[in-house]
Design a binder for this molecule. Sequence first.
Ligand SMILES: Cc1ncc(COP(=O)(O)O)c(C=O)c1O
Length: 365
Amino acid sequence: MANAAASATPAPRARVQAMMEYHPPLGSRDALRLDFNENTLACSPKVREVLGSISAGSLTRYPEREPVEAIVAAHVGVRPEQLALTNGVDEAIHVLFETFLEADDELLLPVPTYTMYEVYASATDASAVPVQAADDLLFPFERLIAAITPRTKIIAVANPNSPSGSVATRDELLELARRAPHAVLLVDEAYFHFHGETVIDLVGVVPNLVVARTFSKAYGLAGLRLGLLAGPVALMRWVRRVLSPYSVNSIALACLPPALEDTAYIDWYVGEVLVGRFDLEAALDNVGIRRWPSRANFILVDIGPQHREFVRLMRAAGVLVRDRSNDPGCDGRVRITVGTREQMKQAVTALNDAVAELRIGRSKQ
Ligand SMILES: Cc1ncc(COP(=O)(O)O)c(C=O)c1O
């Protein structure tokens, strides 16, 4: 007969018990996917060719990441020892936090920002210190500087930021790194291709700068889970101790070189998004819906109290968008991913209909 001790389940750490459950609103996504900032079309055809040629025999081997890390390092202009491939940027964040955050440390982050920074911070015993952006959602540079303490251990900056699309300048990032020499400055360039500006050239030059990039957005490989972390060897050697040597699988590794080589495809896709963003901005201005200036493949818009209805109407019209109302300072705001110019025509039609039905923006009575 089972006694009480045998039937009790082991308790997780107190911090884990206190964590919020994170539910990505997935379910059926058989529609125009403007809710996750993904590539809305496909990856390069060159990647599809390689996918078709992967043999069953090759799957029997553990993945070998070093040769591909060398190719990626050359592509982004850092030394191979300065770069680690990861299972998406999410793993890069997780591993970086596990490597550096002790119980008394602080993670400084401008908010609103990418939700997973706080999730992974909660999995450590450190505390997250959110620094709220003003209503314009611009990068709160002065407030961040003022929030630096001797306990600050990591400063996480998504650049461009999500969900706002706002950016920090190179000078601001350099100044942050200089003011907090005892902390790691993580610059998450997940949306780099749509912005075009980077600080990855400063890796190894600025001793506390670490840069992350993803292959989930412009490259259209979110399902393969591929990211990178680049930083000075003195920091990366510790990250590598924590990182699983096999977390990037061999199919992802096989697909990465052709994805990088096909720069024409990335240029084409980014060009489509930039035109699509311009068209969506014009449509929003036309119906009088407030938007925040974005340097990424999405736009944050102010729908107001009817945000849930708006998301529902867009879904009914076959367009998925993301309610960001739970983000700090974002009540009533919805994020719309930008796809190709053709896709944005469908999105704009759905938007116009929803705005008219809800009588918001200029159609308000
Ligand atoms: C700022 C930012 N970083 C990282 C990620 C996740 O990237 P990955 O798919 O490589 O884990 C996202 C995804 O939305 C993001 O917005």
